[in-house]
Design a protein around this ligand. Structure first.
Ligand SMILES: [Zn+2]
Length: 123
């Protein structure tokens, strides 16, 4: 997991704003505006933190949906041309709550990470 250099309070507030944004379906540009207003960040910082936080919440929700659907295993699928950290995670199935070789339970592990975790079925 990358370090976004957020204080605990900032992290909490960004998480709240991102969750609200997802509930309303209002999108990254809307969240970016809110973050810029609230923290006086430039657009790049707001997109970096906002995008990463939205992706993180989406992945957590996805994992929960696997659990609710009775899945017990997950695997990491990289996008094309993954970074070395993500490439290490690719492939093998793990129990839903286990940690991949990078030390992460879920993507994203860096800004711009396009990896996903999918249900792993033994067949
Ligand atoms: Zn990745």
């Amino acid at each position: 997991m990358i370090d976004l250099n957020l204080s605990a309070n900032e992290q909490k507030r960004v998480g709240e704003l991102a969750a609200e944004n997802l509930r309303q379906g209002s999108g990254l540009s809307d969240l970016t505006k809110r973050l810029q207003e609230e923290f006086s960040w430039d657009i790049y910082r707001a997109i970096e933190v906002g995008g990463f936080t939205l992706d993180t919440i989406r992945m957590e929700l996805l994992l929960e949906s696997y659990r609710e659907g009775g899945q017990t295993m997950k695997y990491w699928r990289t996008s094309t041309n993954p970074c070395p950290v993500c490439a290490k995670n690719s492939g093998q199935g793990l129990p839903l709550d286990d940690t991949f070789p990078s030390g992460d339970k879920l993507p994203p592990v860096h800004v711009g990470c396009r990896c996903v975790v999918l249900p792993f079925r033994l067949s």
